[in-house]
Design a protein around this ligand. Structure first.
Ligand code: NAD
Ligand code: MG
Length: 396
């Protein structure tokens, strides 16, 4: 029986994780759940799954949850804030931590899981983008296990040799082929992109996800963040990663070998597959995902990524080549710009502009410590907010 902590249990990944875990009550025990401010949702989950702990990141929300659970005579202990998240990620009765908080907010709790040597099921790609070297060092030092949940990285992991030892060429690997659907605006007329709405951007053709990652998919910053994520997970550089646009999202990524072989992982676009894989690895369990029916697939298509339509791809690649805190700055500016777009302030096409200007205005430095990374994250947020105010004024 493995004890499971889910950071971000009310989100899209969190709910899918509960769905898979609940299919195997003899294998997984839910120890802790967490959310930011969705009190009602977390209260329902507490009732259904009876964890030992529930954490609300937001302090007021934690008080509300305590009241609700008290009225129900619930035995669930309520904690709050970053401290509470770090506590549940480090509990001794927790074996596996699903890191599914969105954005930089997930960094500290994910690091806490690494420091306490857990199996980390990593969905929170922003954490790795911000602190790649530091994160990987903590995983290694503390004998933690890092299993990717991002469908592409999970696919790559599945296509890698079992004894992959952090060296692509020694394993005979010539390229990682990172697939991406191209999002909802792959073929939209360029002159219409300026006025797309948040709802249009969040209407992903194949995947149902949280709003932030949905916008990232529409700008293809998601693929940019995933290039960075792949560099850290598989110890490589963007030179060895080729983005392949594959609109059907059936192939979830591929690995090309020197003998001409290409291994691919295929499946329905349903996150329960990578979640089940990482929960049960190296075994396999039922996930509830519909089987792939080849006779109903009409065709699988592949295209080159369009760097002009999607400048975020270039910005992400440049930032990981630059290294140090540049990816943390890129990530922070992106989070602020996306939030502003979702609030109907910033135009969709201004998202890459804000990120690029923030990167130009702020010098990056070596990412030697968590404090330095968090300082640059904060500075980038302030700079991006300032640039957005100017940009929005200009547009009026
Ligand atoms: P979501 O918005 O649906 O859920 C986010 C979760 O994080 C919620 O439980 C929310 O309460 C919690 N949260 C938000 N802000 C927080 C804060 N400040 N402090 C603590 N908790 C906070 O997002 P999602 O789509 O589930 O994505 C989660 C992560 O997984 C993201 O990093 C995303 O990039 C990654 N991911 C998601 C998918 C997907 O299919 N949804 C696929 C691959 C990777
Ligand atoms: Mg992905």
């Amino acid at each position: 029986m493995k004890g499971l902590c889910i950071l971000g249990s009310t989100g899209s990944i969190g709910v899918n994780t509960l769905d898979v875990a609940a299919r195997h009550p003899e294998k997984y025990k839910i120890i802790a759940l967490s959310a930011n401010s969705q009190v009602e949702r977390l209260a329902e989950q507490c009732e259904q799954y009876q964890p030992e702990f529930a954490v609300m990141a937001n302090e007021n929300a934690a008080e509300q949850l305590t009241l609700i659970l008290k009225n129900k005579n619930s035995a669930v202990k309520v904690l709050s804030g970053i401290d509470g998240l770090e506590t549940i990620a480090s509990l001794k009765q927790v074996d596996y931590v699903m890191a599914a908080i969105v954005g930089a907010a997930g960094l500290k709790p994910s690091l806490a899981a690494a420091r306490s040597g857990k199996r980390i099921l990593l969905a929170n790609k922003e954490a790795l983008v911000m602190s790649g070297q530091l994160f990987m060092d903590e995983v290694k030092k503390n004998n933690a296990e890092l299993l990717p949940i991002d469908s592409e990285h999970n696919a790559i992991f599945q296509c890698m040799p079992e004894d992959y030892n952090n060296d692509l060429s020694k394993s005979g690997i010539t390229k990682i082929l990172l697939t991406g659907s191209g999002g909802p605006f792959r073929t939209k007329a360029l002159n219409e992109l300026e006025n797309v709405t948040p709802d249009q951007a969040c209407a992903h053709p194949n995947w149902s996800m949280g709003r932030k990652i949905s916008v990232d998919s529409a700008t293809m910053m998601n693929k940019g963040l995933e290039i960075i994520e792949a560099c850290w997970l598989f110890n490589t550089t963007p030179d060895n990663i080729q983005v392949v646009v594959h609109p059907q999202s059936i192939i979830h990524s591929m690995v090309q070998y020197s003998d001409g072989s290409v291994l691919a992982q295929l499946g329905q676009p349903d996150m329960r597959t990578p979640i089940a894989h990482a929960l049960s690895w190296p075994e396999r369990i039922e996930s509830g995902v519909e089987k792939l029916d080849f006779f109903s697939l009409s065709k699988l298509e592949f295209e080159q990524p369009d760097y002009e339509r999607f400048p975020c791809l270039r910005l992400a690649e440049e930032s990981i080549r630059k290294g140090g805190t540049a990816p943390a700055i890129l990530n922070a500016a992106n989070e602020v710009a996306v939030a502003s777009f979702l609030d109907n302030e910033l135009k969709f096409t201004d998202i890459p502009y804000i990120i690029e200007q923030t990167l130009l205005n702020l010098p990056s430095r070596p990412a030697n410590s968590l404090d330095e990374i968090l300082e640059d994250d904060l500075a980038a947020r302030k700079e991006a907010e300032h640039l957005i105010i100017l940009r929005v004024k200009q547009a009026k």
